[in-house]
Design a protein around this ligand. Structure first.
Ligand SMILES: Nc1ncnc2c1ncn2[C@@H]1O[C@H](COP(=O)(O)OP(=O)(O)OP(=O)(O)O)[C@@H](O)[C@H]1O
Length: 333
């Protein structure tokens, strides 16, 4: 388990990490999500004792990294896959790591096997593709068979096959009962990889929740209605305290947008009860990445305690297809 408490890091006038408190639990992949510059790498460096917090602290199973007796047996990390000496082979690199950390040399072949590099283990690491370098980095993280693993943007620049491999591998490590924290700036990727999410923007905590809950809240829905009796329908819906807006769709038709995560069935029934003719009833979902960028981006600063309000604002923005590029029709339900 990793626990951060009021973790803060300033570099001069820049507040890279701002009063972060969270827990990362074993047995599941936890995504550490935020746009570039949000403070993910700085937080991970502080977990590994590579940077000191300005205030607050972060502990691994109750201990600071510097107090761990054999750190690699407790926590392993992949921060930068390309830090390996290019003229060293994967095997030589891991053997050096094992020797300098007093780990049994038998672990070298074990981790090479785990990450699928056994057949190329004697080739120089400088000739490796990015995908192979990432695997070597993961092998290094696993050398001490640690309970806690940190991966900083491990799928950046990888092809789809490499991405799927890393995703599956992380899930397997979590299933073994390990604590797995993986950072990313892509919500779409984390939605497929992580069970839990810690979301930060500008160094601050925006949300900590299950991925499903976060995605549901971030991707608000709206219903588009076309009808020759739009004004009448709008009046009826207003009477029911529903939020609606008249507008135009992409083909310049006059339409009514109904907010509030309703179903098309509900709107259809209201219309039928009033004898209102409908020509179209479509459920639209806001673009997830767009909503996420609005929550974490530069334009608005959100705070953890404003989380619900922030998500509500995002949903309100996402109902207007003109305002939110990527709003996609999803068909009626
Ligand atoms: N050593 C440093 N000196 C000064 N500023 C720094 C330093 N390290 C990070 N920062 C600043 O702190 C902020 C957070 O950076 P950090 O690298 O932790 O973000 P990140 O979420 O990991 O983003 P990325 O994915 O782009 O690395 C940024 O504004 C960055 O410029």
């Amino acid at each position: 388990m990793i626990e951060a408490q009021g973790l803060t890091k300033r570099y001069g006038a820049t507040v890279a990490v701002d009063n972060l408190s969270f827990q990362v639990k074993p047995g599941k992949v936890t995504g550490f999500l935020g746009p570039n510059g949000a403070g993910k790498s700085t937080t991970m460096r502080m977990m590994l004792g590579l940077d000191n917090p300005t205030s607050g602290d972060v502990r691994i199973d109750g201990k600071h990294y510097r107090d761990l007796r054999q750190p690699l047996t407790k926590i392993g990390a992949l921060l930068d896959a390309k830090w390996v000496h290019p003229n060293r082979s994967a095997r030589a690199h891991l053997a050096w790591m094992a020797a300098s950390n007093k780990l049994p040399s038998s672990r070298v072949d074990a981790v090479l096997e785990m990450v699928g590099l056994s057949t190329v283990a004697n080739k120089r690491a400088g000739a490796y593709s990015l995908g192979m370098s990432q695997r070597l980095g993961i092998a290094g993280a696993l050398l001490g068979d640690p309970e806690v693993l940190l991966f900083d943007e491990p799928v950046n620049g990888l092809d789809p096959e490499g991405i799927v491999w890393i995703r599956t591998f992380m899930q397997k490590l979590a299933e073994e009962g390990r604590t797995v924290l993986v950072s990313s700036h892509l919500l779409s990727e984390m939605a497929l990889t992580a069970e839990e999410l810690i979301v930060i923007g500008r160094g601050r905590l925006i949300a900590q929740s299950s991925t499903t809950e976060f995605v549901d809240r971030a991707s608000g829905t709206t219903i588009k209605v076309r009808s020759p009796q739009l004004d009448q329908l709008q009046g009826v819906l207003h009477e029911q305290q529903l939020v609606t807006r008249l507008g135009q769709d992409e083909t310049q038709n006059k339409v009514l947008f109904v907010d509030g995560n309703l179903t098309t069935d509900q709107i259809g029934e209201v219309a039928a009860a009033q004898g209102i003719v409908l020509h179209e009833l479509t459920l639209q979902r806001g673009s997830l990445e767009q909503a996420f960028m609005q929550m974490t981006g530069d334009s608005v600063q959100y705070h953890a305690h404003d989380e619900i309000a922030a998500v509500t604002d995002v949903n309100a923005g996402a109902i207007d297809p003109g305002a939110v590029p990527g709003t996609e029709p999803k068909g009626s339900n």
